[in-house]
Write a protein that binds this ligand. Structure first.
Ligand code: PMP
Ligand code: GLN
Length: 381
């Protein structure tokens, strides 16, 4: 038989969600909230579904959503964005990443990425013909080794792919790290693909500053956001890209042939959501930080080594000394099968040679769900 490409594997999120279902486990694996996002946003979507428009919206996105994305860039980061040429709406950040890599990466181009890596980065870069150049940050502080980063840049480097705030480390890159990245991008004429889906899920006074705001980066950065994360509506798959027209032109061409558009009622509702007042945005981060605290306190009581968490939906924990073994994959298997709690092994976020002994817990869950998971773990350990 004619062979098919077998280089794309099942993502750990799908694997663990299936196992959670099969075992009736509490699912703290895949990252999604267990409540629906704001009712007023859903109401706008419902009304637009009934009243239309329901036909193909403009390929780049509904004007009102592109305007709202440009306005949010101004409001939160003082970035001036021309909504007519510098915004593209996509079906989730995942599509935005696929379009961007398809447009910018040619066979043989090197793409620098920082491990641990979000699941789709390696398969998409490889499928685009790019050569992944991986360097890593290491627990507990996940600091970027600037000397190692410096070495990663070569004359073949096309882009750096950076996830800030970072999944699964819950790290917010420091100003110093970002300015070093910017310096190297300028010096080597490299693009930066900035996955910033957790931009509004930053805690304790930490500040998210897009790489795009750094010197010389406005023309080099593609900045990706997601309504899924910003409005707790992960199933909607509405994403948006901001960038200079010379980068967004080829990216929009890729977008034409991947999805062409995104449901118009959802776009309308997300445009409404982006204009929500500051109370919404601070409330979102405060609610999430409270969940983090609840889960972190419970897990450290049980003996997990809870690493710092400045952002995102996730807590990474060391499992040494819990009797679960060194192998994080085996530990997660035991926890889902025997304790009834699904988590994700952090080694899944590495190309190879992953550090063992860390697992990721998703905390964007109802308090009673967090408590149920903690009591199942307590009973098991
Ligand atoms: N990037 C990161 C770092 C993520 O954690 C996720 C998952 N939510 C995505 C991209 C994908 O976002 P979306 O659901 O909007 O495709
Ligand atoms: N971003 C989510 C996570 O990290 C998962 C999204 C997905 O399953 N594609 O868990």
């Amino acid at each position: 038989t004619n062979p098919v490409f077998t280089g794309i594997e099942t993502t750990i999120f799908e694997t663990m969600s299936r196992r959670a279902m099969a075992n009736q486990a509490v699912n703290l694996g895949q990252g999604f909230p267990d409540v629906d996002g704001p009712q007023d946003i859903r109401q706008v979507a419902a009304e637009a579904l009934m009243e239309g428009p329901n036909q193909y919206p403009p390929m780049l996105g509904l004007p009102e959503l592109r305007q709202a994305v440009a306005a949010a860039n101004k409001r939160f980061y003082d970035l001036d964005v021309d909504w007519t040429r510098e915004v593209v709406v996509t079906s989730g950040a995942t599509e935005a990443l696929a379009d961007t890599l398809m447009a910018l990466v040619e066979p043989g181009d090197e793409v620098i990425m920082i491990e641990p890596l979000y699941d789709c980065y390696l398969p998409l870069v490889k499928r685009a013909g790019g050569i992944p150049v991986r360097l890593r940050v290491t627990p507990p502080k996940w600091e970027l080794d600037i000397a190692a980063l410096e070495k990663a840049f070569t004359e073949n480097t096309k882009a750096i792919l950076i996830n800030n705030p970072m999944n699964p480390t819950a790290k917010v890159f420091s100003q110093e790290e970002l300015s070093q990245i910017a310096r190297l991008c300028r010096a080597h004429d490299v693009y930066a693909i900035c996955d910033e889906v957790y931009e509004h899920l930053v805690f304790d006074g930490n500040l998210h500053r897009p790489l795009m705001t750094f010197e010389g980066m406005r023309e080099r950065c593609v900045r990706i956001g997601s309504a899924g994360k910003t409005f707790s509506l992960t199933g909607w798959k509405v994403g948006y890209i901001t960038g200079p027209a010379h980068l967004l032109d080829p990216i929009a061409k890729a977008h034409q042939y991947v999805t062409f558009t995104t449901p118009p009622n959802l776009q309308k509702a997300v445009a409404f959501g982006l204009a929500k007042n500051d109370t919404y945005y601070t409330g979102l981060a405060e609610d999430m930080a409270a969940k983090r605290d609840r889960m972190a306190a419970g897990l450290s009581r049980l003996g997990f080594e809870v690493l710092p968490c400045d952002a995102t939906y996730f807590l990474t924990c060391g499992i040494a000394g819990l009797g679960l073994g060194e192998d994080d994959v085996a530990a997660c298997e035991r926890l889902v099968e025997e304790a009834g709690v699904a988590t994700v092994p952090v080694s899944a976020f590495y190309g190879d040679n992953a550090p063992g002994g860390f697992i990721r817990f998703c905390f964007c869950k109802k308090d009673e769900v967090i408590d149920e998971a903690l009591s199942r773990l307590e009973a098991y350990l």
